[in-house]
Structure formats: C-alpha cells, structure tokens
Design a protein around this ligand. Structure first.
Ligand code: URA
Length: 246
C-alpha cells in the first residue's frame, strides 16, 4: 500500500475536531501544538499522518482518520442529542469527538448498560446496523421470572412482535442462572429484547450488552469510559477472527 500523502497541520487539526480551520491555525501559531515533543508553529507545515500523535494545549491526541469508538454505557443516559428525561451519552465525550460528528451505532435504552459503538463513518454505521450483515449482538438479560426451557425454545423459534408480522429470532440463547439469560440477536428493532421476553411471558428487569460480533467489551472498560477501536477490533465486530484471539 502506498504511503498517505503528508497534510498541512491546520487541516489535520481541523479533521480531528479541534475547531474551524482558522481556530486550528491560531492554535498552531500560538505555539500550542507539538509533534514528537517539538512545537510546530506553521499551520501550512506538511505532516505525515502515519502513527501521528498530536499534542494540543498539553493534551495528547492520537490521529485517527475516522473515529471508531467502543463505549461502556452507564445507566440513566439516553443515546440521543435531544434527550427527554436523562442526560445524553454525548455529554460523556470530549468536544473534539462531538465536533467531528460521532453518532451512536444503533441505540441502547436509557436503562440498558454495556457496549455501545460510536463513529463518524457513515458507511461503518450502516454496515453495523443492517441485519443483512448478520452481526450478532449479545445481551445479558436479568429476568423477573425464572426462565423456562419452553421460553428459550420460543425465542429461538421466533416470536412475533405487535408492530411487524415478521417474527424475530434469538440466534443463540443460554441460561446462566435461574433468572439470567445470554441471548444473541441480529436485528435491532425498537426495545427488541424487552419485547421478545414479554412476548414469551417473562419480563426484563436488567439489560446489558456485552458483545457485538466477536468483539467483547474489554473487562477493564469501566462504565462511562470509552476507547478507540483499531482494525483488529473492527474485524472482530464483523465476526472475523475468533473470540479467543482477544
Ligand atoms: N433491546 C432492548 O429492549 N433494549 C435495548 O436497549 C437494546 C435491545
């Protein structure tokens, strides 16, 4: 693969969400930007983006052409810019990521915790959300009532929800305790897991997403924390590679 072309520094900063091109040029001319520990004060300086680590106003910022983010969503946050009853998950990200337009890849309910992806790459968002790609989302479900074998059978055979005659299926169902079910689904319909459990006569009392494809949320990613996803992580999202490699 050919090397990416060097890019003017103010354009790089702009692409990373540090504000308008003029603001970025001002940051550079005010000697607030360093590369490899050295101040660069020329906005037009051509910089290689390969393994680039910027330092802007004392903060290290690794260059990412596109933003791919894994986030551990806490309880009581809404996945929306215009929230109704709770603060927005977008409040939990640095302004640079908001400026470059990251969006949630699908949504989790306000009371659901766990793995949420965000990105500014529209194609990636589409690929991750279309059922055509067959990407499983793994939920750990706490139920109000003891889970019965016939309920799991029903979930695997498909249940019809009230807004669509087409049944939706669990592609995998494993009971890990009397009231705990690990279930994988491919689609992402509105309140899908809660409605599926209600349809088989149970009730979700706690919901946590722990994996998408073969990408399992890192155990050291605490609630409210986020991390960049590298190419290997993204391959796992698509179900390429094996879980054991992680
Ligand atoms: N299904 C639900 O019911 N809620 C979620 O947050 C995600 C899947």
């Amino acid at each position: 693969m050919s090397k990416p072309k060097p890019i003017p520094l103010d354009k790089i900063l702009f692409s990373q969400g540090f504000g308008t091109r003029r603001h970025c040029a001002n940051l550079i001319m005010s000697e607030l930007v360093k590369i490899e520990g050295q101040v660069v004060d020329d906005p037009d300086m051509l910089i290689s983006i390969e393994n680039l680590q910027l330092e802007v106003e004392g903060e290290i910022w690794p260059f990412h052409e596109k933003a791919y983010i894994a986030f551990h969503k806490p309880m009581n946050y809404e996945c929306s810019h215009k929230t109704k009853h709770h603060p927005s998950v977008y409040n939990l990200f640095p302004s640079q990521l908001i400026e470059r337009g990251i969006q949630c890849v699908g949504r989790l309910d306000q009371d659901t915790t766990g793995l949420l992806l965000l990105s500014d790459d529209g194609q990636f968002i589409h690929q991750m959300t279309t059922p055509k790609k067959n990407i499983g989302k793994v939920y750990v479900i706490q139920t109000a009532e003891k889970i019965l074998a016939k309920q799991m059978e029903h979930l695997l055979n498909g249940v019809v929800l009230d807004d669509d005659p087409k049944p939706c299926f669990a592609t995998k169902c494993e009971q890990t305790a009397d009231n705990v079910l690990e279930m994988t689904i491919v689609e992402g319909r509105y309140h899908q897991v809660k409605r599926m459990l209600a349809a088989v006569g149970n009730h979700v009392s706690g919901l946590h997403r722990q994996a998408i494809g073969h990408y399992v949320m890192p155990s050291n990613l605490m609630e409210g924390q986020w991390t960049w996803l590298n190419q290997n992580d993204r391959d796992h999202l698509y179900g390429r590679g094996t879980k054991d490699e992680k």
